[in-house]
Each structure stands twice: as C-alpha cells, then as structure tokens.
Design a protein around this ligand. Structure first.
Ligand SMILES: [Zn+2]
Length: 300
C-alpha cells in the first residue's frame, strides 16, 4: 500500500514536471496572442512590448533581460523590424537556447514573402528602418497564417509529444482566420481601388490584400520625418486621386493632420499591431478594429 502510494506520488510529480509550461518571450503582442492560441497550456507567454510603442525603436530595460535570460522560446517578427534592439538584447541576455540558431529561437518571418525591398542600402538620406523589405506583414491575414504555422512548427520541435495538439490549435486558428477573412473582404470590397495616404511605410501588405491603393506616404523614407516641401508636393496628386483618408500611427499625427486639411481628407489613427490590454487585445480583435475603422473612414 505504502509503496503503491509512493509510486503514484512519483507519477504525479513526474507528470507535473513534464507539464511545466515553456517560457515564451515575444517582441510584440500579436506574437504573444498567436503563441498562446497555438501553445495552449504548454506555454506561458510574455510580450516585451505592449503594442503602444514604436516597435522599431524600443529601449531595452533590465526587466526584459531577465525575461530573456529565463526564456525557453524567443519569438520575433523578423525582417529587421526589431533590429535596433533585439540583437543587443539577445547578446546581453547570454541565453544560447533562444539566440538565432538555438532550438528556442523562432523567427516569425521565415518563408514570408517580403515586399518593398530597397534597391540600395545607402544610409545617406538617414536611417532606413526597412533594410530587408517591409516588415509590417502582421497586417496581412495571409502572411499571419504563415507566421502562425512557423510558431506551431517551432513549438512542435521544442515539445514533440505535444505536436498533435499544436497542430489542432493551429487548424482551429486557421478556420477562424478563413471565416474572418471572408468577412473582412466583404466589409472592404465596396472601397476596392480607392487611394489612401499613409504616414510611415506600414500598410503595403494590407492594401494589396484588400485592393486599396497607397497613393503616397508622408515619410520620404521609412523613419525620416517629412519636410514642409515634401508635404506640399503631395497635395495636388492626392486631390486628383480623391484621397479620403490619411493614416497616421498613434502619437504621430501632426503631419497627417496638416496634409489632410489641405486635401480635404480625414486622419485615421490606426494601431499597427494588437495590444496587450484594452479593446485591441488579440490579433483577430485588432484586425476587426482596423477593417471597421477603415471602412468607416473610406465612406463618402
Ligand atoms: Zn516600419
């Protein structure tokens, strides 16, 4: 009896050890949401940013180092989106498991087709924030499908005995994505072919997916603030193209407001990722918000 109890106790202990969730650290909240959906109870996920910062320019804090030091998995968007801070963070954290090449490093952009690769990498005109092409593929549902598959594959290689569960979770996400995609297409289809202006080189994947035209962008180069002369040069072409909407990121709306007034358009402040809290928490909820806001803004 006693031996039997010991044996049962040992089995319970072994099972609880095996079920320790993987500590997953992500650079931003879309990744965290997908990792939770796919990893389920096998993961404990923390996003280093909340979705309200400029993801290109994040200051590394000591708390981030501690997270990465203890991580089993590190998940990034990639395509140099985080290049101003992630390589330094991974160097400083000295956790070989989660560095590129380590078993716990997952690059979300593996196999994602990039748009907008620069013809040359000259930095003469200032910082180029998109040296590998446009990294804002989290705004395209079909590229997010590839990202979700990368996460499922990465987690499966870490925990092979749970691969079937990760695949099932991925399939349920993809089924929801298919249904949502049909709804989003229906919401935006009345505005197909319309021209929009954007502040940063952010919406190229989204625009292509939903049939919108980016007539121009306010930043002459990603990360370079527009001069008055550059803004002035955008006015007549935007009027000709009947632009109704100028998209601006949170907290960076001044130039967009000036230009919108000159061309008789409205400024639409759109988040560029989901957030850890609030009404854009969760990637699907965030995308719902973007699609609905754009449809409202594009209405004559
Ligand atoms: Zn960017």
């Amino acid at each position: 009896m006693r031996i039997q109890q010991l044996w049962v106790g040992w089995l319970v202990l072994a099972a609880s050890l095996a079920a320790q969730p993987l500590q997953v650290v992500t650079t931003q909240p879309d990744l965290a949401d997908l990792a939770r959906r796919i990893g389920g109870e096998q993961v404990s996920v923390h996003s280093l940013t909340s979705g309200t910062e400029d993801i290109h320019l994040v200051s590394v804090r000591p708390s981030m180092l501690n997270r990465v030091r203890k991580a089993d998995v590190f998940l990034q968007i990639g395509m140099s989106l985080e290049h101003s801070w992630v390589p330094a963070l991974l160097d400083a954290a000295r956790n070989p498991r989660v560095r590129p090449g380590g078993e716990g490093f997952i690059n979300g952009s593996a196999g994602v087709e990039a748009m907008g690769r620069p013809a040359s990498l000259s930095r003469a005109e200032g910082v180029d924030l998109h040296p590998e092409g446009n990294p804002h593929y989290n705004l395209d549902p079909e590229r997010v499908r590839v990202l979700a598959r990368n996460i499922a594959a990465g987690l499966s290689s870490m925990r092979a005995d749970q691969a079937a569960q990760f695949t099932a979770n991925l399939q349920s996400f993809e089924a929801e994505l298919d249904a949502k995609m049909a709804a989003w297409q229906a919401t935006l289809s009345p505005y197909a072919g319309q021209s929009i202006l954007e502040t940063h080189d952010t919406w190229v994947y989204f625009a292509e997916r939903f049939g919108l035209k980016i007539q121009a962008r306010l930043e002459p180069k990603p990360g370079v603030a527009p001069s008055a002369g550059h803004l002035g040069s955008l006015v007549e072409p935007a009027k000709l193209a009947k632009v109704r909407v100028v998209i601006a990121p949170r907290g960076k709306t001044e130039s967009a407001e000036k230009l919108a007034e000159l061309i008789g358009a409205r400024v639409l402040v759109l988040p560029t990722s989901s957030t850890t809290d609030g009404d854009t928490a969760g990637w699907i909820v965030f995308m719902d918000h973007v699609v609905n806001s754009l449809a409202a803004g594009l209405k004559p």
